[in-house]
Structures are given as C-alpha cells and as structure tokens.
Ligand binder design. Sequence first.
Ligand SMILES: [Zn+2]
Length: 340
Amino acid sequence: MLTRLEKIKSAVSLKSQKDIPVVPQITYTTHQLTGVKMLDALKDAGKMAQALIAGFEEIGYDGIYSGWESSFNIMAEAMGCEMKYPENDVPCVSRGIIKNSEDLEKVKVPDPYTSPRLLLHLETLKIIRKHVGLDVPIFNYIPGPLTLAGLLMGTDSLMMNIIKKPDLVHSTCRITARAAMSYAEAKLSCGGDIMVVADPTASCSLISPKMFETFSFPYLKEIFTFISKKDGIPSLHICGNTTPILDKMADTGARIIELDHMVSLKDAKKKIGHRVCIQGNVDPSKVLLMGDPEEVYKVSKKCIEDTAEGGGFILSTGCEVPLNTPVENVKAMVRAGRET
Ligand SMILES: [Zn+2]
C-alpha cells in the first residue's frame, strides 16, 4: 500500500496508478466543518490549521492545500497594498500601488518570516505538518508573477501597460517572481511538498497566448527551476481556458498542471499527458457546489476515464472549492477515486 505522498509522487512520475489520488482544492471552505468563523481563522494560524485538518480528516482526500486566501493577495498586502476584509468572504486588494518606475523602486520583496500574514501561513503549514506527519502531501499556493503584478498595478492598468508600458510590466514581474521564490523557499523549509504557482491573470480568458509567452512564461520557468532545485514539486495553476497554451504550460518545468473545468481533459491528455501530471477538473460551482453527490461522482468518473490511463493523473476540482459546498459532494469525489 502506498502512502498518500507516495501516491502523489507516483502520479507526478507518470507511473501507472491503481488508485487515483484525489486532492480537491479546498481551503477556506473547510471552516464550515469546524464552526470556526472565516475572519477569525484569517488571523489565527491554529484556527486555520484546525479547519484545514478537519477537512482532511472528515473527507479523507489525499493531500492538503495549506493556507487560506489566495497567496497573491497576502503577498500583495505584504508588499504594501491595502486590503479589504469582508465579513464572510476572502480578503482582496482594494487598490494598486505601482503606476510608474519610481513607484517600483519603493516595492520590496518581503521577508516571509517577518511579514505577519506570510508568517501566519508558514505557521499554519508547520502545525498541519506536525499533525499529519510526513506521509501526507501538503500543497501550497505561491503567487503567480503576472497575477501579483496585476494586483500591485491594478489589473486594468496591467492590461493597458502590457500594450503601452511593457518594460514596466517586465520590471514588476522580475520583482514578483523574486517574491514568489522567496515565499516558496520558506514554504519548503516549513514542510511543504508541492508548490502550486497560481497565475490566473495569465489565463487565455484574459490575455493572448503570445502575451502569455512574453509576460508570464519566462518568470514561471525561473520559479519552477528554483523550486525543482530546492527539491520541491512544482505545479502550475491557471484558471479559465488554457487550451491554447497547454504545450507552453508543460514547457515551464512544472511537474503538475492544474486544469480548470473548461479545458477538455481528453485533449490535454493527448497533448501533454506524456510529459506532465495532469490535475483536474470537476466544475467547482456548477457541479460541486450546485450538484448532488451522484452528479459529482459521475463527473469525477468521467475525468478519470479521460485522463487516468497510463498514469499521471490527480483527480481534483478545476479551481478552489467555493463556500457553502456540501461536504457530501466532496466525499463523492473521493469515492470516485477510490473505486478505480
Ligand atoms: Zn483557479
């Protein structure tokens, strides 16, 4: 019997699998299982870890996403952006801080061990690791360089600057890539296994494949080379439609590619399944949040059917599991992976 970590490593090595590892991208939604209030857990590593561990123990999936709100938001805050903290939702950046190259000089790469919100996430990871031991893989979100640049500039300004001030975008991405690497290094030191760089702004739903190649690809590649050198498992998460850039995503050096629900797993398997492990892609809202266990089970089985042959597959959601998702639905996903 393989341990959970061995199951993931076997999928990453593209070995054929008896059991399909199941790792839904569930973080803050686990607070529903504990009675811990979202805002309280945001300020307390113990409570955050308690919720994430409760999700793992109650639902029984094969890996834990450690952390809570998006890594690019906490990093943007650590770099000087103001945040909004809504009562029952995840925090978000209220406005950007970079308009020109002078502003850029004031932005520093934060030290994850002294920046309060980054440190809180490191502490959460340490608590989880101590609790679950070494056999459970821990996934960690790392800010995608282009997405973080978008928060520092404001996403609308980023889109304009890609056309009008490409040099400013590149200079900003050089800093955001450094911030991502420093955070990944800290997460690896604190017991993280898989470093999932989340770069939703690099999606073809927002920018062209050519722009991806110019403004996202080189920085992702640098970050993944760094993570591999530090013995972490690099993974790439880009939301929305990524069909036109699948090959390029596999070229970044990521060992796992997380695909959103609008990407055909069958196509992805054909195009990149022989090079990287594919993770995905049950529709988080239409199926997992709004469907019933039977539908979730059916859709999960279809994902397995389309992708698992020959190995290199992790059954997951296409993106973050939304608030108020019924626990029974997530359990149905896990069941689908177990009965293969
Ligand atoms: Zn996503």
